[in-house]
Design a binder for this molecule. Sequence first.
Ligand code: ATP
Ligand code: MG
Length: 384
Amino acid sequence: MKKVIMIKYGEIYLKGNNRGFFESLLLKNIKYALYGMQATAKRVRTRYFVENFEESQEDEIVEKLKKVFGIHSISKAVEIDTTKDEIIDFCSKIRLENCTFKVDTNRADKNFELSSMQLNCLLGEIILNNNPTAKVDVHKPDVTIFVDIRENKKTYIYYKDILGAGGMPVGSSADGLVLLSGGIDSPVACYQIAKRGMHLTGLHFASYPYTSEQAKEKVVKLAKITKPYTHMKKLLVVSFTEIQEHIHKYCRDEYMITLMRRFMMRIAERLANQVGAKAIVTGENLGQVASQTVESITSSNSVLEVMPVFRPLIAMDKEEIIDISKKIGTFETSILPYEDCCTVFLPKYPLIKPNLKKVLEEESKLDVENLIKNALNKVEEIKI
Ligand code: ATP
Ligand code: MG
C-alpha cells in the first residue's frame, strides 16, 4: 500500500488528435508547481500521480496543485495492487462511525473479475458488517469511498475529490502581454486569462517621481503572488513620465486619460512583438470608469495594428472580481494605498465618450513617435 495524490484533468478530455500535447504540458506544469519539493509526478493514461512524498507535505502539495490550470480534481488516495483480495483486505480496515456511506467503483480495467456494481455491493456489505453504526445511503451519503481500478493493475481508493483550478494548462495558448497596475482588477485579469492557457509577461507603466518605488514594488509583489497561475517570468516597467508631462502641457485636460490609454496600447503592442506575445490583456471592465466606456475602448483599440486585446473582466461585477482577488490572494496587496500613473494627472472631468476625430486632433499636438521611442529606450526588466 502506498500513499499517492491522484489528479484528473478536465477539458483536455474534449481534445482530439492533439490531446497528447495537452497531457504532456499538464505533466510539465504539475512538475513546475512542485519544483523544489520532495515528490515525483507521472502520468498513467488519463490520470496523473504524485508520489514519493513525506506525509507531512501532503497538504502543501495539494495546495500547490490547486493552482495548476487544467486540473479538474485532486484526491489523496492509497494505491494497492488490483486483486480482489487486496481490495477486500483494504476495505475491511475502513472504520466509520455514525455516518452514511456508499462505495463508488470505477472500473477502467475491464479485465477485472467483478463488475463495478458487484464490487460496490460486496465492499458495501463488508464495510457495513465491520461498522455497526454506519448505514448505506446511495443518494446523499456522508462519505463516499471511491474505488478506481486502473489499467495499470493498480487500484486507487480515496474519499474525496478536491476541486482543482479547471481551465487549460498554461502554455497551451499563445503568450500574452498583460498591463499590470497595482489595482484589484489586473491581477484578476491575469488569473482569468492564464486559466485559458495563456502564459503571461507583465507590463507596468510607472511615473517617477510622481509614483514611488513602493508603488512599483507592489506591482512586483502582485506579479509574484499570481505567478503560480500565470508562470510570469518577467515584468517590464516603462517610464510614463515624459508622455504624461507632454500630454499635460500640450493637450486639453479632459483628454489626459484618453490619450494616455492610446500611448499605453501602442507601447504594449510594440513590446508584445518584442517578447513574442500575440495578445494584449487588460483588467478593463465595461463602464467601471471613464476610460472603460465603449467609446473610450474604441479610442484606445484604434491605435493597434493587428494585436487583439483581451479583457477577461469586461462583463464582471466588481464584487465578483473582488471575490476572485481574495481567492487568489491578491486583494490585501491590491488595496494598499499607493498611487498609480493613471491617478497622477487625473483631470477633474475626464472624457466619458471621446469622439475619435477630436482625439486625433488633440493628439496631433504631440510628437507621438518620438515619445514612444524615448519610452521604449529605457525599459526596465524585472525577474519575477
Ligand atoms: P486596476 O484595478 O487593475 O488598477 P482600474 O479599475 O484601476 O484597474 P484603470 O486604472 O482604468 O482601471 O485601468 C484599467 C486597466 O489598464 C488596468 O486593469 C490595467 O490592465 C491597465 N493599467 C492601468 N494602469 C496601469 C499601469 N500603471 N501600468 C500598466 N497597466 C495599467
Ligand atoms: Mg488602476
